[in-house]
Design a protein around this ligand. Sequence first.
Ligand SMILES: C[S@@+](CC[C@H](N)C(=O)[O-])C[C@H]1O[C@@H](n2cnc3c(N)ncnc32)[C@H](O)[C@@H]1O
Length: 253
Amino acid sequence: MNQAERLNRAMIREIEKLGDIGPWHDALLAVPRHLFIPNLAYVSPDDDESYIIDRSANPEKWLRSAYMDVAIITQINDGECSIMDAGKDGVRFTSSASAPSTVIAFLSLLGASKGHNVLEIGTGTGWTAALLSAVVGDHKVTSIEIDEEIGNRAAQNLRSAGYAPHLVTGDGAEGVPGKAPFDRIHVTCGIDEIPPQWIDQTKRGGILVAPYRRELVSLVVHEDGEATVKHYGRARFMMLRSPKDETPKRAAI
Ligand SMILES: C[S@@+](CC[C@H](N)C(=O)[O-])C[C@H]1O[C@@H](n2cnc3c(N)ncnc32)[C@H](O)[C@@H]1O
């Protein structure tokens, strides 16, 4: 067993202390997180000092950090400045690899299983899309990312891990109507409102999970299109972004 496998197994053991993770155990084994972490990134623990990881300067620290249960910031200020500035005042985190235990909490609530048609909103590094692909099959996974560069990097990461889900660049608030209806929709950026398109694109009886108003929520969509919402406690996530070309869109209305 190599060092990455050892670290991955230790991370899985820690996550399993929080409860049974069902099919996500094998998915975590199949999808090494370090394949999704850029060479330069910013580790942002909830309760500790944040720090830069640089694979070329300290490959050991970079690898260990990839298997810690922490969010790793991969883009700041929409990519308009270097990740090296991540610790400065006023910086906005705009893309990340979410903390593994949080990802697994969301995926466990999602209850996706083999053959389900699944939409992920917010591809980020592609790690969640790969975990979903390992469980439901990559031909059944669609993932949408608003930032083209982030989406392209995710495609490379996914290829290196051996998965090829359907990736879309665009505003996830619109959903992906061409691939609907979905059995499951997994939103990986914070939202204050649920766009009606997501409910329309969810099968009756289908489930949507999201960080909604800073809480982890799941929605079950009923036959009449109404949804039941359940709350599962605090979830801190970067917010859904609006497309940069919002002005022309408004002018077209
Ligand atoms: C917390 S990260 C996602 C983590 C990701 N699921 C992973 O496994 O690495 C949130 C992502 O949502 C993306 N995002 C924000 N607003 C969006 C929108 N309107 N449509 C699609 N993606 C969006 C961000 O660019 C960012 O990459």
